[in-house]
Design a protein around this ligand. Structure first.
Ligand code: IPE
Ligand code: IPE
Ligand code: MG
Length: 249
């Protein structure tokens, strides 16, 4: 039985978030420049997105560029921005074919104008799609996002539009850039690193974490399915006891 057949489609995570890591090491292993790793990672993105659509995952969020990544060598940052523009442009066709709606979160204003333009174009074009929402985290920092949310609430309080006592978790969440998107049930990180790297800190509060040593350019839909299969074997207790969840056992 194939891995895909072993997955219980009635218990799929609604939202999977991925930290696509290891492009640089992958290229280095091959004696190539880091940029070659980033370029090769595009195939992994396409295969994973198609795999997610095939399985019926409605939300997929990919960490493509962190706020901290601006501190990389200028040439690498430039190459990543170019790759972003050309990939979004080239992949628009694949997104349309698969019914994928593109979305972006992060400090998007800090991206070069040509990136913003291409991003907006593809977001608009794919807005009619409804199979899966693909969110790219770009120039993203979770602490930045949380700080922005706090600032917007503070402004509303100052202007008398909101009472501090009315700020609860739902109100706070509505100010995050992921408002309207369910929290990820599963977070995958490639390349054998065991950290969150300032990614979706609020949203990952109860996510199952899955780490694989595979470097991102080697990651394919089968690896994605493997992670989902592993996820389905876990008992998610949310603070309760096992007996509470399964009283008949
Ligand atoms: C992930 O791969 C891609 C980005 C962060 C943009 P890396 O570039 O971090 O690759 P490693 O971790 O150095 O191997
Ligand atoms: C996290 O990867 C950001 C992305 C995958 C876009 P990094 O490679 O930048 O993270 P650290 O530096 O290892 O924590
Ligand atoms: Mg890395």
């Amino acid at each position: 039985m194939s891995l895909l057949e072993q997955i219980d489609v009635s218990r799929l995570p609604r939202h999977v978030a991925i930290i696509m890591d290891g492009n640089g090491r992958w290229a280095k292993e091959k004696g190539k420049l880091r940029v070659f790793g980033h370029q090769s990672g595009v195939l992994s993105v396409r295969d994973t997105v198609e795999g997610a659509v095939k399985l019926g995952i409605p939300f997929l969020t990919l960490y493509a560029f962190s706020a901290e990544n601006w501190n990389r060598p200028k040439l690498e940052v430039y190459a990543l921005m170019e790759l972003l523009v050309s990939t979004i442009s080239k992949e628009t066709k694949t997104l349309m074919e698969n019914g994928v709606k593109l979305n972006a979160i992060g400090n998007l204003k800090s991206l070069p104008p040509r990136c913003i333009k291409q991003l907006n174009e593809t977001i608009k074009k794919t807005s009619v799609n409804s199979n899966c929402t693909l969110t790219l985290a770009l120039s993203y920092s979770s602490r930045w996002e949380i700080t922005q949310a706090a600032r917007s609430l503070a402004l509303d309080v100052k202007e008398g539009k909101l009472e501090p006592a009315d700020i609860d978790e739902d109100v706070f969440e509505s100010r995050l850039s992921t408002a309207g998107i369910p929290d990820p049930e599963l977070m995958i990180r490639t390349s054998g690193e065991y950290r969150i790297s300032n990614y979706l800190l609020w949203q990952l509060a109860y996510s199952e974490l899955y780490f694989t040593p595979k470097l991102w350019p080697d990651f394919r839909r089968e690896d994605f399915y493997e992670a989902i299969f592993d996820f389905q074997k876990r008992e998610r207790r949310f603070g309760k006891t096992s007996e509470q969840l399964y009283p008949n056992f």
